[in-house]
Design a binder for this molecule. Sequence first.
Ligand code: 5GP
Ligand code: ZN
Length: 116
Amino acid sequence: MDTDCLFCRIVAGEIPATVVHETDTTLAFRDIQPKAPVHVLVIPKDHHPDIAALALADPGVAADVLAAAATVAEAEGLRTDGFRLIVNNGSHAGQEVAHVHAHVLGGAPLGPMVCR
Ligand code: 5GP
Ligand code: ZN
């Protein structure tokens, strides 16, 4: 755990979150400022700064994050009409929290993939 990391502190229970799914290696909780009717963040419980670091260090847990995202999408009723899975990496992508997280977004048409 990184004691300065917001999402590590959510994993540790020090900061409250609305958890919707949990496995041995992952946690999924609602985004505090949702950008779509459904907006859930899926994280590995262990601290990794971004998806590249996670995939290199622990590809099995990277797969666990994907599987958890699919489970969340199913549970949130997003399978029929679809959903978007976004992982922002680094400053050009606008990553704000340096603990890798996948955004599960859906519940309405989401518009173009990238706004310029
Ligand atoms: P990023 O921009 O790093 O890809 O996404 C970070 C996300 O974390 C944002 O969508 C933001 O709303 C969310 N977030 C920031 N602080 C908190 C918090 O304390 N709790 C929850 N649940 N989400 C947060
Ligand atoms: Zn962390």
